[in-house]
Design a protein around this ligand. Structure first.
Ligand SMILES: Cc1cc2nc3c(=O)[nH]c(=O)nc-3n(C[C@H](O)[C@H](O)[C@H](O)COP(=O)(O)O)c2cc1C
Length: 195
């Protein structure tokens, strides 16, 4: 299958480091045959999630929901804010749950540390929605790892290429199996509850 990979950028900064990581990863994913899209949360300006409100008349929410439904796999890109994901990213995740089931997620973080707790918090939110996660992620210290020509740290660049490749390859396996389980009426699988 040609996998559709959606990167979601959770920074509200222009030219953010996390967004730049996502753009590089998407380029590699296309080299591996993926179709890709980038959803920049600072552009669509989602309302704050309110379970009592149907905000589907909000243009940004319609754009996000169409992209989420389109995607077979996700790359979540967030800055490290207080050791966690940005509020914009958490707010985006709050709008969805069943849409994440049976889809693979990868994580990239811009952090002055290693961004591990940020990835862990995103991974926990995704797991809660029956999404699958790559067991590793990539973090970048923007001021040290980027220079005027772009990503200048070869180790980070190599890890990012690996992550993009694994998202495409393992993402297709997870999504393909989930869709097959849905179609074949398999009952003893978590996919059964999404039929
Ligand atoms: C509100 C706020 C909280 C932050 N908290 C942390 C933190 O806990 N740990 C850390 O390493 N960096 C922290 N930072 C630094 C950002 O993670 C860093 O500047 C990152 O590059 C921003 O990502 P972006 O370029 O994708 O927006 C914080 C920055 C802001 C604005």
């Amino acid at each position: 299958m040609t996998i559709k990979l959606l990167a979601v950028c959770g920074s509200t900064r222009e030219h953010s480091y996390s967004g730049r990581l996502a753009i590089i990863a998407l380029a590699t994913a296309r080299e591996h045959g993926a179709e890709t899209r980038l959803l920049e949360l600072n552009e669509i300006n989602l309302p704050t999630y309110n379970p009592d409100k149907d905000d589907m008349d909000h243009e940004g929410l319609r754009v996000a929901t169409e992209a989420v439904n389109w995607a077979d796999a996700f790359l979540l890109a967030s800055p490290d804010y207080h050791g966690s994901m940005s509020g914009a990213m958490k707010n985006f995740l709050d709008f969805y749950w069943a849409e994440f089931a049976g889809k693979l997620f990868g994580y990239v973080v811009a952090s002055h540390e290693k961004g591990l707790t940020v990835m862990e918090h995103m991974r926990t939110s995704v797991r809660q929605c029956y999404g699958w996660s790559l067991p590793y992620g990539v973090s970048v210290h923007g001021e040290k790892d980027f220079d005027s020509s772009g990503l200048a740290n070869p180790q980070v660049a190599r890890r990012l290429r690996m992550l993009a490749r694994d998202l495409v390859v393992y993402g297709a396996l997870v999504r393909g199996q989930f869709q097959q389980d849905l179609a074949n009426g398999v009952t003893e699988t978590f996919a059964a509850r999404y039929r």
